[in-house]
Design a protein around this ligand. Structure first.
Ligand SMILES: Cc1cc2nc3c(=O)[nH]c(=O)nc-3n(C[C@H](O)[C@H](O)[C@H](O)COP(=O)(O)OP(=O)(O)OC[C@H]3O[C@@H](n4cnc5c(N)ncnc54)[C@H](O)[C@@H]3O)c2cc1C
Length: 479
């Protein structure tokens, strides 16, 4: 029996349950064990209840119920966050995953989507009209968490990060109001929700700008793992001169998920360069030529494909419920010394399921001003993400240590900044590093205005500022 069961009578829980359009799942219910799981298999929490909200009204009711009864509150969209803050022990999980309504206005190129959608669901609705906006690289990731932290993906160099394409959100505040947040209403909050994560309230609906996205020239070129250093050197030089329509990602990974290579390499590692070109096909072929001409690849699967096919291309490398431990950093360059470190660690990777990703930024990501919103570190060259994964508990400490060691060895080559959506439970200093001191202070002032009691604290938490008002912060510090 949890503490909350003891504190809350059956009658109170029953009344709350009856008030919802959605479903309240309690310990002992058939759905409970499935419902308490998230993507990262390392997370094993036992909430007192899971409120699967049916609409924004349910979200408001759940916030009010949690406040009245002093319940620790977690908020879940797609459940993909590696830190696992979307669930909690003993408290309430406010789950939006059943809120999947979407309206696509093809003429105005706008989509209004409820917060429970995944990118796969969102993309298939917008692509029906030949449109898309920047989303993540795996189709099962939730639009909510990804958008609120920034959102990097295949279309970012052409159209900006996801939150650059955000027009408006509907947000349930800690004091139980549903407010519209955009460039006209609650502007201060609009600055904060674009990168500041779930700190300010629960978003029930997002409105995005869409772009015309026809078939993309996309796929992967694979090379032998033994060429890791050479490929990284090539990659560094190649990305220095590519057009904005081309987004690329380097990966050191197992060949296990690629049947033809897996047989050849017995599931061993490969080096991959994933690409997506959006725009006229001829220009795309020209942009990709140096890559396709470089050395004999093991396999080249670059071709014209629908954007939604690309969006699920990497899904098999990110299965749910495996143990995941990530470390990430922004890099300003890929110096020979940095490449040496990456090459050396590729040879000592402890779990064959792990991957090391380098996602190249630049283009439209860099062109938006650093002060425009909370999302930060736009001028970095790329994001390094060490995606360590394994099955079961065996070897956990060894895998985590390899990850920490690689992150430490790459620290001298990092900008010192980190992308908030790739953070695990890494403490306040790393959260501050996601924004830099001045922007963190502005976020803290915003937090004290909209959530002074830190009701929404299961996230990459920004502590409410004591003292300085938001006004002072906005006029005293802009970066
Ligand atoms: C396999 C995989 C691939 C990924 N690929 C990318 C990528 O390509 N690009 C990228 O930028 N990121 C990527 N990420 C990181 C991803 O952006 C974050 O994990 C993000 O938090 C996931 O959103 P979610 O809704 O699925 O997460 P959840 O775990 O449901 O939520 C994460 C946090 O977001 C907040 N939150 C969720 N929903 C709401 C809401 N409606 N209102 C307010 N706060 C809310 C809560 O604080 C919650 O703890 C990837 C992650 C994984 C596991």
């Amino acid at each position: 029996m949890t503490n909350m069961d003891a504190l809350l009578s059956k009658k109170i829980i029953g009344e709350f349950k009856a008030s919802l359009r959605g479903v309240l799942v309690l310990p002992g219910d058939d759905e409970y064990d499935r419902g308490r799981r998230v993507w990262n298999g390392m997370i094993d929490k036992h909430p007192a209840m899971i409120a699967y909200c049916g609409d924004a009204g349910d979200v408001i009711k759940s916030v009010a119920f949690a406040r009245t009864h002093g319940l620790l509150t977690a908020v879940r969209g797609g459940g993909h966050n590696v830190a696992g803050n979307a669930v909690c022990d003993n408290g309430i999980v406010i789950d939006l995953s059943r809120m999947k309504g979407i309206e696509v206005d093809a003429k105005s190129r706008i989509a209004r989507a409820q917060a429970g959608m995944t990118w796969g669901e969102f993309d298939s609705a917008t692509q029906a009209a030949g449109l898309a906006t920047t989303g993540g690289i795996v189709s099962r990731t939730g639009i909510a968490g990804l958008t609120l932290g920034g959102g990097i993906g295949w279309l970012m160099r052409k159209f900006g990060v996801t939150c650059d394409n955000l027009f408006s959100v509907e947000l349930a505040t800690a004091d139980g109001r549903l407010v519209t947040v955009n460039g006209q209403e609650n502007q201060d909050l609009f600055w904060g929700v674009r990168g500041g994560g779930g700190n300010f309230g629960i978003v029930t609906e997002f409105t995005y700008r869409l772009h015309e996205v026809g078939p993309v020239l996309a796929g992967t070129v694979y090379y032998p793992a033994s060429k890791c250093r050479e490929i990284l050197q090539f990659y560094r030089d190649y990305i220095a001169a590519i057009p904005d329509g081309l987004t690329t990602m380097f990966a050191y990974m197992a060949a296990a998920g690629i049947p033809s290579l897996s047989r050849l390499l017995h599931g061993g590692p490969v080096v991959a360069i994933h690409v997506c070109y959006t725009g006229p096909a001829e220009a795309g072929k020209k942009a990709l030529k140096p890559l396709l001409d470089f050395g004999p690849p093991l396999l080249n699967v670059v071709r014209s494909m629908p954007y939604i096919e690309l969006q699920s291309m990497l899904d098999s490398g990110a299965p749910p419920h495996m143990h995941n431990y990530w470390k990430s950093a922004y890099l300003n360059n890929l110096s020979d010394a940095a490449i040496e470190v990456l090459d050396a660690f590729s040879k000592t990777m402890t779990s064959p399921l792990s991957q090391v990703h380098i996602q190249h930024l630049g283009g439209a990501v860099k062109r938006t001003g650093e002060d425009v919103m909370a999302f930060s570190h736009r001028s970095a060259l790329c994001v390094l993400n060490i995606v360590t994964k394994w099955e079961g508990l065996r070897g956990s400490e060894q895998h985590m240590q390899w990850t920490r060691d690689l992150e430490a060895a790459m620290r001298p080559h990092s900008t010192g900044g980190v992308y908030v959506n790739f953070l695990g439970e890494e403490g306040e200093d790393r959260i501050k590093a996601a924004y830099g001191p001045a922007k963190y202070a502005r976020l803290a002032a915003l937090k004290s205005k909209y959530d002074p009691t830190n009701f929404f604290r299961l996230n990459q938490n920004i502590q409410p500022a004591a003292g300085k008002s938001l006004d002072q912060m906005e006029h005293g510090a802009n970066t």
